[in-house]
Design a protein around this ligand. Structure first.
Ligand code: FMN
Length: 222
């Protein structure tokens, strides 16, 4: 795909086919994503790609955790309390998704179902868990580097016809992920990224967010 087309074709996809991505493609996209820039080229991302039985096992454990321990115990606090333009955009993205999932704002049961889809990894056959170390005080900058990595990864996936959805939600259960994958405790879970071939019959995948006008966030100086 042309670069502009890949950027525009990347959306958050929340419904996947059970078909696995082959190992060579996995190697290629994760190798390409490693070319993301980082402060002093420290490459602070530590990535665990989980597929097959391991993915299904984690999915079941994650669902149980989300049911019994709402909110979890994230390594990085998440309040999600925005105001002004940020709040408006937050509401638009939630309500827009619900519309495509057939959820109304006053239907608590369906809203809970929509939230639980996160912990089912939207039925994806794979999920990448992206960690950063807490050994240094530069956490915010490491997270910035890792965001660049994640976007590069999502574009590399989409270029090969593979959809993904970055997730803060699954990062609410870092101990579970560390235990299951044997990850040392100084690695802190920043996000999950379920991915796979896009299910065209899942209406959630037709939802599109919009973006603020350029002059809302970008100022050109001469
Ligand atoms: C770091 C990060 C965490 C996110 N966490 C979630 C999540 O937990 N669940 C979810 O459904 N979407 C999540 N999203 C997806 C955003 O809602 C989505 O990127 C935003 O609405 C813009 O839509 P688009 O990705 O389709 O362009 C996350 C996105 C980012 C970048």
């Amino acid at each position: 795909m042309e670069f502009t087309d890949v950027v525009k074709a990347r959306h958050s996809y929340r419904g996947f086919l059970p078909k696995a991505v082959d190992q060579q493609t996995l190697q290629d996209v994760f190798e390409l994503a490693n070319w993301a820039p980082s402060n002093c080229n420290i490459q602070p991302w530590h990535v665990h790609v989980v597929s097959g039985d391991a993915c299904n096992r984690l999915r079941e454990k994650m669902k149980a955790a989300a049911q019994h321990q709402p909110g979890g115990n994230p390594d990085f606090p998440w309040q999600g309390k925005f105001s002004g333009d940020y709040r408006e955009r937050q509401i638009c993205s939630a309500v827009g998704l619900w519309e495509y999932q057939g959820v109304t704002r006053d239907d608590r049961e369906k809203r809970a179902w929509s939230w639980m889809r996160n912990f089912e990894f939207f039925d994806a056959p794979h999920i990448a868990f992206i960690f950063i170390t807490d050994e240094f005080p530069e956490t915010v900058r490491l997270a910035g580097d890792t965001g660049m990595y994640a976007q590069t990864l999502m574009l590399a996936l989409r270029d090969r016809g593979i959809g993904s959805c970055p997730q803060t939600s699954v990062s609410c259960y870092p101990d579970l992920v560390r235990d299951e994958l044997g990850v040392e405790t100084h690695f802190k879970l920043l996000m999950g990224l379920p991915f796979g071939y896009i299910d065209p019959s899942d209406k959630a995948n037709d939802f599109r967010t919009d973006r603020a006008a350029l002059d809302k966030n970008t100022i050109f100086h001469n």
